[in-house]
Design a protein around this ligand. Structure first.
Ligand code: ADP
Ligand code: ZN
Ligand code: ZN
Length: 737
C-alpha cells in the first residue's frame, strides 16, 4: 500500500552485538514521536528489548514492509541528551564496538530493563522498639526470622533492602514480611541523596603553587581546556580539586570526578563529603542496582552537585556541566579490559571538549601519553612541586641484592633499616605485587610443579586456606600432601605476601604486622578496618600489593620498600617500565607524609639499569623524558597508534588460522600507513582452557588506523574460520596480554 507521506523513521540503538542502529516506525497508538534520547521498547527478533532512540529520519534503507513499529515509548523526555548521545556514537565508532552495547553501558541496569526514570528513594529496614526488645532466641520455630533479627541488631546502621538480599543465602523477603507483620521490623524509603548534616569544614589556605593551579584552571571555566596537574603524592592535588569544585558549585554547575577505585579510597569520599556543601552522587560497581539507579538520576536531574565514580561514570549524565576531574589519570584501571574496551580518561577529555568544560587530569606520575600531549601543546601543564603541609620528599635508594642472603625475599640491610625505623616509632610499608603464600609449589626431588591444567601458568599456593589457586582463570584445587610423581614432600618456591607476612612475624615479634591484599580484605569492612588500624598506629608493619600503593594517607609510615623491582625491568610489555616507575613513585609517596622525612628502599638485581637510575637521580619527569625518547625511537605509543585483534579457541590452531586470514584481508586492501605484526601466540598462550593469539596493527597516524579498521573489521565475520574463534578488537590497548 503506498504511503501518503514519508514515514518518520526512528533510529534505535538496540543492545545486541550487531554494529549500527535499527530502523523502526512510531507506535501506531501513540500520538507523539519519541524524542531523541528516549528509551523505547521494541520487538527485536522474537524478543522485546529496550533501546534508545538516537535519531529521526525520513527514509530507511529497509524495505517498508519489513519495518516494524516500536512497542512503546518509555520516556516522555530524553533520558540521554544530545551531547552524551553524540559522545556514545563517537565512542562506538572509535572503539569499533556495537552502538547498542555502548549505549547500554552508559545506563544503570534498572533503566536498561525499562524501569521508570524516577528516583524514588532507597528502601531500608530497621528494628522497631518491639523488635529491639525481642530476643531472637524466642523465635525458635522461625530460624530465618531469628537470623534476620540478629543481623539487624548487629548492624551499626539501618540496612538497605537490596544489601540484605545480597548478604543472605536465601531470599529474605518472606521472613522480612513476617517480621514486619509481627511489628518487629519497619521498612521505609530514604531519599536517594542525603545532604551533608554538618556544615562544610573550612579549607586550608592554599600554598602558592596550589593557588596558581586553581587560578589557571578557574580561568578556563566555561570552555574546553585540558589541564594536566602533576604533583607528587601529598602535594595537595585533592585540595586543588576541592577548591575548584567549590567555585563551580557556587556558579550553579556540577562536577564529574573520576577515580580509579572507590572501594580502595574511602578516605577520598569522606573528605569530599566533609568539605563540600552539596549532595554527592556516587557511582561504582559495588553498589546495588537501586542505589545506582538513584545516583544516576540525581546526577542527571542536577540534585547532586558532584558526581564521583569509577570509569563508567564518564558516561554519567548531568544537567549543568561545569568541570571534569580525572584523578590518578595514569591508572590502568581507567581502561575497560573486556567487552566495550574504552579508556575513561580519553573519553573524559573528549566529553569535556564536546560539552565545552575544562578537564583536569591529576597524577603524581602522569601517563606518557598525557605528557606527550603536553609536549604537542594539546594539554596545559600545571605542577605542584613540593609536598603541602611542610612534609619533605622521601629519600629513594636502590638496594643491590645480588649475591646477598635473602630471607623470604627480605635482604639483611632492609631488615636492619626496618628495625631502626620501628625502634624510632615509625611504621614500615613493604610492597610486593604478588598475593598468596608462594607463586609455585614444587618437588625438590623430581622437579614436579603444580601447574594449572587450563592455563600456561603455575598454581599459586595459598597456605592459610590450604588451596592452590590459578590467578589467571580462577581454577582451584586442594594442596597435595606429597609429590604426585615421586611421593616426596613438596615445597613453595618464591614469595607472596602471605609468606612475607609470616617471615615478618618471625623477625619482628614485638611489632604487629598487617597484610593488605585482595585475599585479606575479601570480607566486607576488612579493608576499612585494616586501614583504620594503620592510621591509629595499631599496626606497625604493613605488607601488601597494589592495594596498598593507592591513594591512602598514612602519616606515620617512615620507611617504604619495594621488595622486587626486577619483574618490571625486562618484561615483554613495552609499558612495564612505565608501570614500575609509577609504582615506585606511588609507594614512595606513602612514606614520610607526616612531619618526619621518609626513606624508600628498592631491592633489585639490576642497580645499574639506566631508567631506574634516571628515576632515582632526577625524578619522574626526567624518567618520562627518557622513556618517551625510547618510545619514539621504537615507534610505539604515544608516537604511534595500536589496535590489537585477539582471537581464542579451544582448538590450538584456530586462532592463528583466523588471524592469518584477517591479516591477508587487511593487506589485500593495502591500507596506507598501517602495518600488521603477527599473528603471534599471546604471552600466555593457553588461558582457561583456550588457546589465544594476537594480530597487532600499528600506524604512525591515528586517522590511518581508524580508516583501515573501519574498512577491515566489518568483513572479519565472513572470513573462513571466524566462527571457530572468539575474536575482539582493542583500540589503544593498554595491556598486550
Ligand atoms: P594529593 O592529593 O596531591 O596527594 P592532598 O590534597 O591529599 O595531596 O594533600 C596532602 C595532605 O596535605 C593532606 O593531609 C591535606 O589536607 C594537606 N594539605 C593540602 N594542601 C594544604 C595546604 N594548602 N595547607 C595545609 N595542608 C594542606
Ligand atoms: Zn617429586
Ligand atoms: Zn588457570
Amino acid at each position: 500500500m503506498p504511503q501518503s507521506s514519508a514515514p518518520t523513521i526512528l533510529r534505535v540503538a538496540v543492545p545486541t552485538p550487531v554494529h549500527g542502529y535499527f530502523d523502526y516506525l512510531p507506535a501506531p497508538d501513540e500520538a507523539d514521536i519519541p524524542a531523541i534520547g528516549a528509551r523505547v521498547r521494541v520487538p527485536f527478533g522474537r524478543r522485546q528489548v529496550v533501546g534508545v532512540v538516537i535519531g529521526h529520519g525520513d527514509a530507511s534503507s529497509v524495505p517498508s514492509h519489513r519495518l516494524r513499529p516500536i512497542g512503546a515509548t518509555l520516556d516522555t523526555a530524553p533520558l540521554l541528551n544530545t551531547p552524551l548521545l553524540n559522545l556514545l556514537t563517537w565512542a562506538a565508532d572509535y572503539y569499533q564496538h556495537p552502538l547498542g552495547e555502548v549505549v547500554a553501558a552508559a545506563l544503570p541496569v534498572t533503566l536498561r530493563q525499562g524501569k521508570p526514570a524516577e528516583a524514588r528513594g532507597i528502601e531500608y529496614c530497621t528494628l522497631t522498639e518491639a523488635g529491639r526488645r525481642t530476643d531472637p532466641a524466642t523465635l525458635t520455630r522461625a530460624p530465618r526470622q531469628a537470623a534476620l533479627l540478629c543481623l539487624l541488631r548487629d548492624a551499626k546502621e539501618d540496612l538497605a533492602l537490596e544489601r540484605l538480599r545480597e548478604q543472605q543465602d536465601t531470599d529474605p523477603r518472606q521472613s522480612l514480611k513476617a517480621l514486619v507483620d509481627k511489628g518487629l521490623v519497619r521498612i521505609y524509603a530514604r531519599p536517594c541523596l542525603t545532604p551533608a548534616d554538618t556544615p562544610p569544614a573550612p579549607p586550608p589556605e592554599l600554598n602558592a603553587a596550589q593557588q596558581q593551579a586553581v587560578d589557571a584552571i578557574a580561568a578556563t571555566l566555561g570552555g574546553f581546556t585540558c589541564h594536566l596537574l602533576e604533583g607528587v603524592t601529598g602535594s595537595g592535588k585533592t585540595e586543588v580539586y576541592l577548591q575548584l569544585i567549590r567555585q563551580v558549585l557556587a556558579s550553579g554547575r556540577q562536577c564529574l570526578v573520576l577515580v580509579p577505585e572507590i572501594a580502595l579510597t574511602p578516605q577520598l569520599l569522606g573528605r569530599f563529603r566533609a568539605r563540600l556543601d552539596t549532595p554527592i552522587a556516587v557511582l561504582h560497581s559495588g553498589l546495588g542496582d537501586g542505589e545506582r539507579h538513584c545516583a544516576w538520576l540525581c546526577a542527571r536531574g542536577g540534585e547532586a552537585g558532584v558526581v564521583i565514580g569509577t570509569r563508567s561514570a564518564v558516561f554519567a549524565p548531568w544537567a549543568r556541566p561545569g568541570l571534569i576531574i580525572v584523578d590518578e589519570e595514569h591508572d590502568p584501571s581507567l581502561k575497560q579490559q573486556d567487552g566495550f574496551r574504552y579508556h575513561a580518561r580519553d573519553l573524559a577529555v573528549m566529553r569535556a571538549h564536546r560539552e565545552q568544560v575544562p578537564v583536569v587530569l591529576g597524577s603524581a606520575t602522569p601517563a606518557l601519553e598525557s605528557l606527550a600531549n603536553v609536549e604537542r601543546g594539546q594539554y596545559r601543564h600545571l605542577s605542584l612541586p613540593g609536598r603541602a603541609g611542610g612534609a619533605s620528599a622521601p629519600r629513594l635508594k636502590l638496594l643491590d641484592v645480588r649475591s646477598q642472603f635473602m630471607d623470604e625475599g627480605l635482604s639483611v640491610p632492609l631488615l636492619d633499616r626496618m628495625q631502626q625505623h620501628l625502634e624510632d616509632d615509625g611504621q614500615v610499608l613493604l610492597f610486593l605485587n604478588r598475593r598468596g603464600y608462594a607463586p609455585a609449589l614444587i618437588c625438590h626431588e623430581c622437579g614436579w610443579v603444580a601447574d594449572c591444567h587450563r592455563c600456561d601458568a603455575r598454581m599459586t599456593w595459598h597456605a592459610g586456606v590450604r588451596r592452590l589457586r590459578c590467578h589467571h582463570c580462577g581454577h582451584e584445587s586442594g594442596v597435595p600432601d606429597q609429590c604426585p610423581d615421586c611421593g616426596r614432600p613438596l615445597a613453595g618456591r618464591g614469595q607472596g605476601t602471605e609468606r612475607v607476612e609470616q617471615a615478618l612475624r618471625r623477625h619482628f615479634p614485638a611489632w604487629p604486622v598487617v597484610r593488605i591484599d585482595r585475599d585479606s580484605t575479601r570480607r566486607k569492612g576488612a579493608l576499612a578496618s585494616a586501614l583504620e588500624g594503620v592510621r591509629s598506629g595499631r599496626h606497625r608493619i604493613l605488607v601488601g600489593t597494589q592495594m596498598l600503593a593507592k591513594g591512602h594517607d598514612f602519616p606515620n609510615v617512615t620507611l617504604a620498600a619495594i621488595l622486587e623491582a626486577d619483574q618490571g625491568l625486562f618484561s615483554a610489555d613495552f609499558r612495564a617500565v612505565e608501570r614500575l616507575a609509577q609504582t615506585i613513585v606511588q609507594v614512595a609517596g606513602r612514606a614520610g607524609r607526616g612531619t618526619r622525612p621518609g626513606e624508600v628502599l628498592i631491592q633489585t638485581h639490576h642497580p645499574e639499569h639506566p631508567l631506574l637510575l634516571t628515576l632515582l637521580g632526577a625524578g619522574y619527569g626526567a624518567f618520562a623524558r627518557a622513556a618517551l625518547a625510547e618510545r619514539r625511537e621504537a615507534r610505539l605509543p604515544p608516537y604511534a597508534a595500536l589496535a590489537l585483534l585477539r582471537a581464542e579457541a579451544t582448538a590450538a590452531e584456530a586462532p592463528r588460522l583466523f588471524l592469518e586470514g584477517a591479516r591477508h584481508a587487511l593487506e589485500s586492501d593495502t591500507p596506507r600507513g598501517v602495518q600488521a605484526w603477527g599473528p603471534a601466540p599471546a604471552p600466555m598462550e593457553r588461558k582457561a582452557g583456550r588457546y589465544r593469539a594476537h594480530l597487532l596493527l600499528q600506524a604512525g597516524r591515528r586517522q590511518d588506523l581508524q580508516k583501515a579498521l573501519a574498512v577491515w573489521l566489518p568483513g572479519l565475520p565472513r572470513l573462513p574460520g571466524a566462527r571457530k574463534v572468539r575474536w575482539s578488537v582493542d583500540v589503544d590497548p593498554v595491556d598486550l596480554q
